[in-house]
Design a protein around this ligand. Structure first.
Ligand code: GLC
Length: 652
C-alpha cells in the first residue's frame, strides 16, 4: 500500500507513474517544524536505514548526513555528502519496516543519526515535497510497492552485459583496432569499446573527429563485424562555435538555458565555452534527443551521458568576477585570512553554487531558477535520449547510462557511479552501493572497474573484476594520465582471461535474474537482511545476494589471501580457478574463513537453488545456450526458471 502526503507546493518531477490521492491527515511518525523546514523521527537503537541510491558509506545509512544534490565531484571521500545522484527513497527498518520516497527536486539533507544518534532529521530548503509512504510486511515487498509507483526499469540490449573496455581516451580508430586485436590475440571476450570525448571534433556533441576517426560509419561496421559495439559519450554542454549546427539551432530556437536578462548562459566545460540545452523544456528535450539520430544512423547502438549534473568549470560571468577580485590582491601581503580567501576565489570556481542561481528553465509553462530544479537536469538529459530512442528505434533497445540521475530516470537509462579511484576502499564501496541503487530502480548499473582516477595495480584490477563479476554494467574505465588498465597490459593475462571467461559463463544467470528483477520490479542485488532476519545478516555489509540463487563475498583488501564469510544458512561454495576448473564444497551455516587466491572466484549457492553456467564464449552473441550446465544445491536443474529472449527487442 502506498500513501501520499504533501507539504507545501512541490514542483512536479515525473519520478512516479501512479496517481495517488493526497492524504488529508498529516504524515504519521514524523514531527514537522515548518519554521526550520525540518522533519524529525526517532530511531530505536536497532533501527537500520537502507536506500538513498548512489551515496557514500555503508548499506546501513545510519551515522551520516547525505545531501541530495547532484554533484560533479570526483573526490569520493568519506566526508562527502553528495555524489552525482539524488535518489530519495529509503526504508526505515525499525519494529516494522516502512519505505519513504521524498519526491522533490530540492536539495534535501538526510541526517540519519549523525547529529543525534537516535534521530532521523530531514532538512529542506523549502519544504515543498510529496512524501510517499510504502507499507508492506517485508522490505522486499516495500521495494516492490515503490517500484510499482515509479515504473519499470530501463532494459538494455543483452550485449551490454558483456565486458566493456573504456579509457579516457582512445584517441584514434587505429588505437581501438589495436585494442580489439589484443583482446582477440589473448582470447579475452569483449562486447564493447567506449569512446570518450576525443572521438568528437573538439568536444562538440554529435560530431566526429574525422582526422582520427576517418569514415566513422565504416569503422562502426568493421567493429561490429568483430562483435564489438562502439559506445560514444555525449556531454551536456554544447560548444559555442559559429557554424556548428547544434549550437546554431539551439540559439535560434531559444533552446539553451537563459540568464535573468534573457541572454544565454555561457559556461565552460570540456569544449571551453558552452551552453546547456534546457532539458526541462519539452521542445528542447525533443530537439536534443533527435540529435542522437546522427550516431544511430552511423550504426551506434549505445551511449553514455556525462557531465550532466551539470558540471560547470566556470561561468563566463563568474570568471569575470574572479579576475576582478584577484586584481585586488596584487602586491598585497597575503596573511592567514587573505591567503585562504585568495585561494578560495580560484579554487571554488568550478561547480560554484552561485552559478546554479544564474540561469533558468522553462518548465511546465513557468520560468524556474536552476537551483530549484537542479536535481532534474541530468535526469531530463537522459530522458531526452530515452524518449528519442523510442521514436527513432521503436523496435530495438539502445544502451544508455548516465552519470547524474534522479528517480524516474531509471525508466530511460542506467547509471555508472562516476569517477571513483583505484583504491581498495572504493572497491568495497562499489559493492555496498549496488543494493541501494537497485531499490531506487537503477538495475543496469556498475562502477568503473579497476578504478577511474589514480593508478591501478594488477591485484586490485583482478579483485575488482572478481568483485564486480555480477554487476550488470561490467566496464573497465580509467582516467587520462593514470596507468593503463586494459587487461592485456598486465603480467598474468591468463588470470584476467579466466575471470572474464567466467563473467560470460554467468551471463545466462545474470541476464535471467536481471530481467526478472526488471520485469517484476524487484531487486537484483540485495543485502542479506532482505532475505534473512538474524542479527548477523543485518550487520553484514560486505556480502550480497545476487538474484535468487547465490550469495557473493568478494575479497576487497590488499594482500588478503582469503576472508571471513558469514553463511546465514548452509550453502554450497563453488571455487572457480577457471571455467573448467572448479570444485564444490558444502558449508554449514555460520562463520568460515575462506581462502581465495588472486586467480580464484568463489560463489555460494543457496539451498534449493541452481546456478546455470554457460560455455566459453567470444561475446554475448556467441553464448551457446544449449551447452549450459547447472550447478545445484539441494535442488534439481529443472527447479530453475531460466529467462531468456533475443536480447534486442524493445520491451518498454
Ligand atoms: C568525466 C567522466 C569520466 C570521463 C571524463 C572525460 O570525468 O566521469 O568517465 O572519462 O569525464 O570525458
Amino acid at each position: 500500500m502506498i500513501k501520499r502526503y504533501r507539504l507545501g507546493n512541490p514542483i512536479k518531477t515525473y519520478a512516479t507513474v501512479m496517481d495517488i490521492p493526497v492524504e488529508k491527515e498529516t504524515l504519521p511518525d514524523w514531527t514537522i517544524d515548518k519554521e526550520s523546514k525540518t522533519l524529525k523521527r526517532t530511531l530505536s537503537k536497532e533501527a537500520i536505514v537502507y536506500g538513498l541510491g548512489e551515496t557514500l558509506r555503508g548499506i546501513n545509512k545510519r551515522g551520516w548526513t547525505y545531501r541530495s544534490f547532484c554533484s560533479d565531484d570526483s573526490q569520493h571521500m568519506e566526508d562527502k555528502k553528495s555524489l552525482y545522484a539524488a535518489q530519495n527513497f529509503f526504508i526505515i527498518d525499525d519494529e516494522k519496516p516502512v519505505g519513504y520516497y521524498w519526491d522533490t527536486p530540492e536539495s534535501v539533507e538526510f541526517d540519519i543519526g549523525c547529529t543525534d544518534i537516535d534521530t532521523f532529521i530531514i532538512k529542506h530548503q523549502e519544504l515543498d515535497v510529496d512524501i510517499y509512504v510504502c507499507i508492506a510486511d517485508t522490505k522486499k515487498e516495500i521495494v516492490k510497492e515503490f517500484r510499482k509507483l515509479i515504473g519499470l526499469s530501463f532494459i538494455p540490449p543483452k550485449w551490454a552485459f558483456g565486458y566493456g573496455q573504456s579509457r579516457w581516451s582512445y584517441f584514434t580508430a587505429d588505437e581501438v583496432r589495436d585494442l580489439v586485436a589484443k583482446y582477440e590475440e589473448h582470447d579475452i571476450p569483449i562486447d564493447s569499446v567506449y569512446l570518450d570525448i576525443d572521438y568528437m571534433d573538439r568536444y562538440k556533441d554529435f560530431t566526429i573527429n574525422e582526422k582520427d576517426f576517418p569514415n566513422f560509419n565504416d569503422f562502426v561496421k568493421e567493429m561490429k563485424e568483430k562483435g564489438v559495439h562502439l559506445v560514444p559519450i555525449i556531454d551536456a554542454g554544447v560548444k559555442v562555435e559559429e557554424g556548428y549546427d547544434v549550437y546554431e539551432e539551439g540559439v535560434k530556437n531559444g533552446f539553451f538555458c537563459k540568464k535573468e536578462d534573457g541572454s544565454n548562459l555561457v559556461a565552460a566545460v570540456w569544449p571551453g565555452r558552452a551552453m546547456f540545452p534546457d532539458f526541462l523544456n519539452e521542445e528542447a528535450r525533443k530537439w536534443f534527443g533527435d540529435k542522437y539520430k546522427i550516431l544511430l544512423d552511423a550504426g551506434i547502438e549505445g551511449f553514455w551521458n556525462d557531465m550532466n549534473e551539470p558540471a560547470i568549470f566556470y561561468t563566463e560571468d563568474h570568471l569575470k568576477e574572479v579576475f576582478e577580485e584577484i586584481e585586488k590582491y596584487k602586491g598585497k601581503n597575503l596573511d592567514i585570512d587573505s591567503f585562504f580567501k585568495f585561494k578560495g576565489i580560484v579554487g571554488d570556481i568550478d561547480n560554484n553554487p552561485e552559478d546554479f542561481k544564474r540561469f533558468f528553465h522553462e518548465y511546465e509553462g513557468k520560468r524556474i531558477r536552476h537551483d530549484k530544479v537542479h536535481n532534474l537536469f541530468g535526469y531530463n538529459m537522459t530522458k531526452s535520449a530515452g524518449e528519442a530512442f523510442k521514436r527513432l528505434s521503436p523496435d530495438k533497445r539502445i544502451l544508455m547510462f548516465s552519470r547524474s540521475s534522479f528517480i524516474g530516470m531509471h525508466r530511460y537509462g542506467g547509471i555508472w557511479t562516476g569517477d571513483n579511484k583505484s583504491w581498495w576502499s572504493h572497491l568495497l564501496l562499489s559493492i555496498k552501493q549496488m543494493p541501494a541503487l537497485n531499490m531506487c530502480g537503477f538495475l543496469y548499473s556498475g562502477c568503473d572497474l579497476g578504478g577511474f582516477g589514480a593508478d591501478t595495480t594488477e591485484d586490485l584490477m583482478l579483485r575488482w573484476l572478481e568483485a564486480g563479476i555480477f554487476n550488470p554494467l561490467y566496464r573497465n574505465h580509467s582516467a587520462m594520465g593514470t596507468r593503463r588498465q586494459e587487461l592485456y597490459t598486465f603480467k598474468r593475462v591468463e588470470d584476467f582471461k579466466n575471470i572474464v571467461d567466467l563473467r560470460y559463463a554467468f551471463i545466462p544467470y545474470i541476464y535471467s535474474e536481471f530481467m526478472k528483477a526488471a520485469l517484476n520490479g524487484e531487486m537484483y542485488f540485495m543485502p542479506l537482511s532482505f532475505e534473512y532476519s538474524d542479527d548477523r545478516s543485518k550487520e553484514t555489509e560486505d556480502q550480497l545476494l545476487v538474484g535468487e540463487s547465490i550469495m557473493i563475498a568478494p575479497v576487497y583488501e590488499q594482500n588478503a589471501t582469503g576472508r571471513f564469510v558469514y553463511l546465514p544458512e548452509d550453502m554450497k561454495m563453488v571455487r572457480f580457478r577457471s571455467l573448467d576448473d572448479y570444485d564444490e564444497e558444502e558449508l554449514t551455516k555460520g562463520d568460515h574463513y575462506v581462502k581465495v587466491g588472486l586467480n580464484e572466484l568463489v560463489v555460494f549457492i543457496r539451498p534449493g537453488h541452481v546456478l546455470p553456467i554457460g560455455p566459453k564464449a567470444k561475446n554475448v552473441d556467441d553464448i551457446d545456450y544449449s551447452k549450459i550446465k547447472y550447478l545445484t544445491y539441494k535442488a534439481e536443474a529443472s527447479d530453475y526458471e531460466l529467462y531468456n529472449d533475443d536480447g534486442l527487442t524493445r520491451i518498454q
